[in-house]
Design a protein. Structure first.
Length: 290
């Protein structure tokens, strides 16, 4: 299962625009999408960082093999997060809304089965029934999981595409307003997202492409101006430091630790921390008003 890790770092911290949610500005559209994006990112993060345990579990359940433990994706947490997102309103995208409904329809039946299977192994019930319960529950879960994978990948892609569309629009708006610094900030974040997507713990990373991205990120972050207010200057400085830490960690990973899962997880944590720093940057204060 392939996941895309969607950038944050494009928040609108302006208190004036924040109250204008009835207007279809890009900032407001990003706010509408955010709970859906957060739900997907949280699910993707867990699934990727635990892939070496989740994938063998799924393979064993499909083949009828048995183990003493299992690790499943956090289906219940995803269900809760997507329901909460829906309760806040539409994502702003018909494709995202429809895909969310499809995923939740599958999860409605899937979550109870997955929880029952997790409890079965947690309580070590297999010692009493020689895995008969596991085989029965696996026969129910696997067809659901196959449908879920298709539906979730559709949702993941819809969120990614819509988020990119909004960011492309925002870049054009900033370019039209001659806000070069804000444009650079968004582009750095987009490159960061592209880079973490290309780095794989299975040894299939396109090292040359990652190195090219890291060089571009380095050049951009070193020339990023720190903004027009004290608060934004502080936020940008912390963001730049975080980006540089990510660059160093990514370079180390692809040259030294390219198949070491714990190193990948550490890199991924640094990426997420950098995106949190990006969220604190007010893009409206990155460029001088002309």
């Amino acid at each position: 299962m392939m996941f895309t890790f969607i950038i944050a770092g494009c928040s609108d911290n302006n208190p004036v625009t924040a109250v204008l949610d009835n207007k279809p500005t890009v900032a407001n559209q990003l706010r509408q999408l955010k709970p859906y994006m957060d739900a997907a990112n949280t699910f993707n993060t867990y699934s990727t960082k635990n892939a070496t345990m989740i994938q063998p579990t799924m393979d064993q359940l499909r083949s009828g093999e048995h183990n003493s433990t299992i690790v499943l994706p956090p289906y219940a947490d995803l269900q809760t997060a997507l329901k909460a997102a829906q309760s806040e309103g539409s994502s702003g995208s018909k494709e995202v809304d429809e895909a969310t409904t499809n995923v939740l329809t599958i999860l409605q039946d899937m979550v109870p089965v997955s929880k029952e299977l997790e409890d079965y192994y947690k309580n070590q019930t297999f010692t009493k029934d020689n895995y008969m319960g596991s085989d029965s529950l696996a026969a129910k879960l696997i067809p659901m999981e196959e449908k879920f994978t298709v539906a979730y990948n559709t949702l993941d892609l819809a969120i990614t595409n819509y988020h990119k569309e909004l960011n492309d629009t925002r870049v054009k708006d900033f370019q039209a307003d001659s806000k070069a610094n804000a444009v650079k900030f968004i582009q750095i974040n987009m490159l960061m997202s592209e880079t973490i997507d290309m780095i794989n713990p299975d040894g299939t990373t396109d090292v040359k492409k990652v190195e090219a991205n890291l060089k571009q990120i380095t050049n951009s972050v070193n020339t990023l101006e720190q903004g027009t207010t004290t608060a934004t200057q502080k936020a940008v400085k912390e963001y730049q430091d975080a980006v540089r830490q990510f660059i160093t960690a990514a370079q180390s990973y692809i040259t030294v630790n390219s198949t070491f899962l714990e190193a990948y997880n550490q890199l991924f944590d640094i990426y997420n921390a950098t995106m949190n720093k990006a969220d604190a940057v007010n893009m409206d204060e990155l460029d001088k008003i002309k």
